[in-house]
Design a binder for this molecule. Structure first.
Ligand code: DHB
Ligand code: MG
Length: 226
């Protein structure tokens, strides 16, 4: 069966999972609706993926989370729920319109107090965090512009401690990640990301392919070693 034929089944199964496992949530619905109204690309994680992020944060007992790529703040809300009232999320967004929508969603979610949205280019913001001498993060979600994934990884490692969990979104690129002849800047960014992870003895990593309401994609999962 080809991918187009399979999409209906993937979406139906995601709907089944969400219906069974995720309560209706008007805050998250509004985060998606406001993002759509603002004309953002429909690049937010799926609801069951958002819950996966929350669970991963909780399983790692992470209290300090860094997110690259806020968009409308949908995944940020899941991450902020994961850290709990004593935790915090720094989320980085380059687009001021996206950032404004996200801020409203954080207020509406009652989570502004634990979310620090930094408006700016990811590399510059991370360099700023390093210059501030910020405490290392426990969990880092890389979900921004893919050509910068290599730079985000290098800077994330400087903002990590042994045990820090790093998750990367969208690492499949419709299968092109495995195409060594690709000239697509997004694909090249993800491939270089994998090369850096593979070559780094400080990282233990895996990646998984996913299907679902967001189509065919996947996550990179890594842990910083001692
Ligand atoms: C793309 C980026 C994302 O963060 C995402 O979740 C889906 C797609 C993209 O750039 O194509
Ligand atoms: Mg993404």
């Amino acid at each position: 069966m080809n991918q187009e034929t399979s999409q209906g089944k993937w979406s139906a199964v995601d709907a089944y999972f969400v219906d069974r496992l995720l309560p209706a949530d008007s805050v998250l619905d509004e985060a998606l609706a406001s993002s759509e109204r603002a004309g953002m690309p429909a690049h937010a994680v799926a609801p069951n993926q958002g819950k996966l992020l929350q669970l991963l944060v909780q399983m790692a007992n992470a209290k300090r989370v860094l997110e690259l790529g806020t968009l409308g703040g949908y995944s940020t809300i899941w991450l902020a729920r994961g850290v709990g009232a004593a935790g915090s999320v720094v989320t980085v967004e380059a687009n001021p319109v996206h950032a404004e929508v996200a801020r409203r969603n954080f207020t509406h979610a009652g989570l502004s107090g634990r979310i620090d949205l930094r408006l700016g280019q990811g590399v510059a913001v991370l360099e700023g965090l390093l210059a501030e001498g910020t405490e290392p993060f426990d969990f880092i979600f890389i979900d921004a512009d893919k050509p910068n994934n290599p730079a985000y990884l290098e800077l994330s490692l400087k903002l990590s401690r042994p045990g820090t969990v790093i998750v990367g979104d969208n690492v499949v690129r419709d299968g092109a990640v495995a195409n060594s002849a690709s000239t697509d800047a997004n694909v090249l960014g993800v491939q270089r990301f994998f090369d850096l992870i593979a070559a780094n003895p400080r990282l233990s990593a895996t990646a998984i392919q996913t299907v679902g309401s967001k189509g065919y994609d996947g996550f990179l999962l890594a842990r910083v070693l001692e």
